[in-house]
Design a protein around this ligand. Structure first.
Ligand code: NAD
Length: 293
């Protein structure tokens, strides 16, 4: 039976530790950390994600503002709004929730956010710092994957890791972080993607498999070697009339097939998802530390 990499309980512990740090800041007379989440339009999933971030902030004593802009917001209007928050000294972290409406360019918008407040670690300056091994912030999901493995004693150093997915948000930064020298790194990393010829073969040779794709049960039992560590990042909605919301969440791994073979497995839900929010909170704390008056 695999060890369950329980991101929910680990994230609660991380949040409790951060709550203590927030209180310590307060006791030292420092301003409370503050996060602003900007949303353009009414994408339902974005609203749900922002609510989860708001709940985490409120629980920790971190200030939070949901800055809502209408769907038809122009590039210049958004630039103006971002500039306003960049210049607001009471705000330490700013994220612009993706996806943006199609008339706005995500990469251009990521460059508008002040690098000191870029708690998602999307700004090219922060991506560059990560690349050279001197991160200002750690990308939330990628860092969440690494912390989850380390917390359960699975150190990637020297292991063969196969990451499936090469997105700028998950796969690519995770590959950088797992290959560089140091804590959570030193792995031999292969990045697979939609053009990979034989995904099953790549996975069978891996000590660690991390799918971040968005395809339900892509990774099958016979793709996984005995004793591998499997960290499922994918989040997919399956229609389920028995659920209040009419769907249930599943990952990119065929859990019931893979779990008996794996040494450890992160479930969906309850694995990487909660870790992502916990790392975001630690980035907001970090941002508050950078912006001392
Ligand atoms: P994306 O669509 O930007 O990237 C998907 C990647 O998968 C691409 O690089 C593509 O090449 C690859 N891919 C697509 N089909 C493939 C196939 N059949 N075989 C191999 N590779 C294939 O997605 P993303 O933003 O990186 O998110 C990926 C998944 O992770 C989604 O399910 C998303 O919901 C989830 N996610 C979870 C968290 C979390 O906190 N747990 C955070 C971000 C994303």
């Amino acid at each position: 039976m695999a060890v369950i990499l329980d991101g929910k309980s680990l994230s609660l512990k991380m949040r409790a530790d951060l709550k203590v740090k927030v209180s310590e800041r307060e006791a030292h007379g420092l301003p409370l950390p503050h996060l602003t989440a900007m949303q353009v339009g009414d994408n339902h999933a974005s609203t749900v994600y922002i609510k989860a971030k708001q709940n985490a902030c409120e629980e920790l004593g971190i200030g939070f503002n949901h800055y809502k802009l209408p769907e038809q917001t122009t590039r210049e209007e958004l630039r103006h709004a971002v500039k306003e928050v960049n210049e607001d000294r009471s705000v330490h972290g700013l994220l612009v929730q993706s996806p943006l409406p199609s008339h706005l360019d995500e990469i251009e918008v990521q460059r508008m956010v002040s690098p000191d407040k870029d708690v998602d670690c999307f700004h090219p300056e922060n991506v560059g710092l990560l690349y050279i091994g001197q991160p200002r912030f750690r990308p939330c999901t990628a860092a969440g994957v690494i912390e989850l493995m380390l917390a359960y004693g699975f150190n990637p150093a020297g292991k063969k890791a196969v990451i499936i997915g090469r997105s700028v948000i998950v796969g690519r930064p995770l590959a950088i972080m797992m290959m560089i020298k140091g804590r959570g790194g030193d792995a031999t990393v292969t990045v697979c993607h939609s053009r990979t010829q034989d995904l099953a073969k790549e996975c069978r040779s891996a000590d660690i498999i991390i799918p971040a794709v968005g395809v339900t049960e892509l990774v099958k039992g016979d793709w996984v070697k005995e004793g591998a560590v499997v960290v499922d990042v994918g989040i997919n909605r399956l229609p389920d009339a028995s659920k209040k919301l009419g769907y249930r969440l599943v990952g990119d791994v065929a859990f019931n097939e893979v779990e008996p073979k794996a040494a450890a497995i992160a479930p969906v839900p309850g694995g990487v998802g909660p870790m992502t929010v916990a790392i975001l909170m630690s980035n907001v704390m970090r941002a508050a530390g950078y912006q001392v008056d």
